[in-house]
Design a protein around this ligand. Structure first.
Ligand code: TYD
Ligand code: MG
Length: 451
């Protein structure tokens, strides 16, 4: 053991280091985020490149990056989000809340990769081999050949990966991995950083791809230092509303592909299944005769997806009416209600408003404003929206309806699913064979919905 150790305090949000504890991190302003970290001299030393030799410069013309093909996981949605499979030697971080299905996704992924003849090691730090086996038994996958290693010590994991000649290593999770060279429990910021750094070095030296599972904090970031997201090549988030079975895999960072793409899965009794037709899945169970329901088209990356918005407005029994929104930021709902009250004369001040987006989808684009407003008007007037109609447009503070990017692609997806009419901004130039109802201002909506 090295003779000298010292203590530093590191911010779990931004990774800034301080010699003394403080309540607030000066660098990022986070409160109560500083954690003690014991540093030994040995651990803080940067090792020389592979083989202990100094690195040599290489001419870029002599680098043949495209010669190594990507490793396909066999899960189409995952390959798509990664930008066409796993790049050898890359490090991919997969974040998500507990129970969302990270381990399930990666076990399925391990089974498929191993099945395609690429040696894969699944290091299980969170669960025993028996627990992993129980999960495997539920899945509709050929899991028998997968190597599961019940190990949390990072150097032991990389050593095993080398002796097994694994091309893909899955570490479930980075918060349980550990090195003896640092003091402090697994999950501690210093441990997470050092273990991630060693796995990164291993990936780059050996050309092995490393997939790390990371837990997310209450704030939605990956637990441990933010710097973890900076050092890895790709960050994916696995998301979903607890109450339903749809799961969305989203790239937040991707050195080897686009960050806009999403993959959509459904959690079934036999693991995760890709959802080939998300629009149809999100619209299933829709009752077209009920007032307060409107369909809009979102862009999830480059793919348009149709979702249903449900609104219910009811006379309030309180001095301050209630606003409850699932799948929409409550501030956006407040803005749209104020616009409808002032610009279209609808009396929302004495109505409770409940809003729900089906399928657990979140409306982040303003393109869905017209859909939200249409659902609200339909609920207040107690008249269902016209059948087979979608609503696409942004609503401004003046009540004006503005055009949105990708309108044609959204309308094409609607047409594919049997919709034949679209309410769109009168200011845009929507084309296609679907009928359009141009809307200039939200005050026209009530009359046009009744027509
Ligand atoms: P898990 O992969 O353990 O989540 P994470 O690793 O993100 O914590 O998945 C947990 C949930 O998924 C659990 O509540 C059970 C459910 N599940 C299914 O519904 N079907 C299945 O086939 C499997 C394996 C899990
Ligand atoms: Mg897990």
């Amino acid at each position: 053991m090295p003779s000298s150790t010292r203590s530093v305090y590191r911010c779990s949000e931004c990774g800034a280091e301080y010699p003394k504890w403080a309540g607030r991190c000066d660098a990022c302003g986070a409160w109560n985020a500083l954690a003690e970290e014991i540093v030994t001299k040995r651990a803080s030393r940067v090792p020389a490149a592979a083989g202990g030799k100094d690195a040599e410069p290489v001419r870029l013309g002599d680098v043949h990056a495209d010669r190594t093909p990507r490793i396909l996981t066999g899960l189409g949605e995952l390959d798509f989000v990664l930008g066409g499979g796993i790049v050898p030697g890359s490090v991919i971080l997969i974040g998500g809340e507990p129970g969302i299905g990270k381990s399930t996704l990666l076990l399925q992924c391990a089974a498929r990769i191993e099945g395609s003849g690429v040696r894969t090691l699944y290091a299980a730090g969170e669960e025993s081999v028996e627990q992993v086996g129980l999960r495997a038994a539920r899945l509709n996958e050929a899991t028998n050949a997968v190597h599961v290693l019940p190990e949390v010590r990072v150097d032991a994991i990389t050593a095993r990966a080398r002796s097994l000649s694994a091309r893909v290593v899955i570490v479930d999770s980075i918060q349980t991995t550990y090195t003896d060279d640092l003091e402090g429990a697994p999950g501690n910021v210093g441990q997470v950083r050092e273990c991630a750094a060693r796995l990164l070095r291993f990936a780059k030296e050996s050309g092995t791809a490393v997939l790390l599972v990371g837990h997310v904090t209450r704030g939605g970031g990956i637990a441990g230092p933010k710097t973890l997201e900076h050092v890895v090549d790709t960050v994916l988030y696995f998301e979903g509303e607890g109450s339903n079975d749809f799961r969305v895999l989203r790239a937040a960072k991707n050195r080897f592909g686009s960050v806009n793409e999403v993959g959509i899965f459904e959690m079934t009794a036999a693991g995760l299944q890709p959802v080939a037709n998300p629009s149809a899945a999100f619209l299933s169970g829709r009752d077209t005769d009920t007032a307060g329901s409107a369909v809009t088209a979102l862009m999830e990356g480059t793919r348009p997806v149709l979702v249903e918005i449900q609104a219910l407005a009811a006379k309030t029994g309180f001095a301050t009416p209630q606003r409850v929104a699932t799948g929409l930021d409550h501030r956006r709902l407040a803005v749209l209600l104020a616009v409808m009250e002032r610009r279209a004369g609808l009396p929302f001040h004495d109505l409770d408003v409940f809003l729900n987006v089906t399928g657990g989808v979140r409306l982040v684009e303003t393109a869905s404003d017209l859909g939200v407003v249409a659902a609200l008007v339909s609920s207040v007037t107690d008249r269902p929206c016209p059948a087979n109609t979608i609503f696409v447009g942004e609503v401004g503070l003046g009540g004006e309806v503005r055009p949105v990017p990708g309108t044609d692609r959204r309308l094409a997806e609607a047409q594919r699913l049997g919709f034949d009419r679209a309410f769109v901004s009168a200011r845009g130039k929507a084309q296609g064979s679907i009928d359009t109802v141009p809307i200039r201002h939200v005050s026209e909506l009530s009359a046009k919905l009744a027509a």
